[in-house]
Design a protein around this ligand. Sequence first.
Ligand code: GUN
Length: 292
Amino acid sequence: MVLLDGRKTSQELKQEIAAEVAVLREQGKKVPHLAAVIVGNDGASLTYVSSKVKACEQVGFQSTLVKLPEETTQEALLEKVYELNQNHDIDGYIVQLPLPKHIDEEKVLLAIDPKKDVDGFHPANFGRMALELESFIPATPFGIMQLLERYDIDTQGKHAVVIGRSHIVGRPISILLSQKGEYANATVTLAHSRTKNIKALVLQADIVVSALGIPNFVTSDMIKPGAVIIDVGITRVQDASTPKGYRIVGDVDFDNVAPKASYITPVPGGVGPMTIAMLLKNTLLARKRSEG
Ligand code: GUN
């Protein structure tokens, strides 16, 4: 079994990005600038956003964190979005999800300029991605595709079972894996909460991508020997023995599944760090594209 080391791979990616930023700097060009908007005080969201901002510093990007209070109105958030759209210094930005319940997430995502939508959540980017046109690919599926490529995993004609149909992970990765390409061309089944006999389906999978958010959902009796296992789950479970009082667990029963797998991502340290690296990659792409 080979561990798909997202920490190491994301470090390599960040070094490559940092080298490109250094060249831009030497040429007297503007370096990429990412902004992140967060509304409210959700602990997990604050952690993710601060990791994204920290990663910007590591590669030499400029970054701006826009922290808005929980009671921010939809109008005020939309104003901020319009301001970021107009601000020529900002190459790309994200609005961290979930947003407070009184804000219509869809309205906000639609207001983001697709050229600055480095999350790839705008319908224009999603549609372009599905049609294999230039777009921003959402960071988590983009990170999974990078892991497959950098570990030279054969996906040609393989049966990939994706569990979960979210707009951020399950749906886009099912599209990407089925597209033409060296690390794609898979036959994809998209399983979800209404899927019948999910165990029988996953047992047929050469590649399993689980993006459900249910700890230990994928057990060893569901796995075909030699399967590639990608665990996208990141659930916080209480654990008084840790300094933070919680630990992060994936969807996969790692200890029992790993011995049967050919490749497997750990949680933490698998897909998570790749997501941040790919957000940086998208921001670099936004910078380059805006130069024409
Ligand atoms: N919430 C959970 N994942 C993400 C992400 O990738 N981007 C944003 N904006 N919010 C998220």
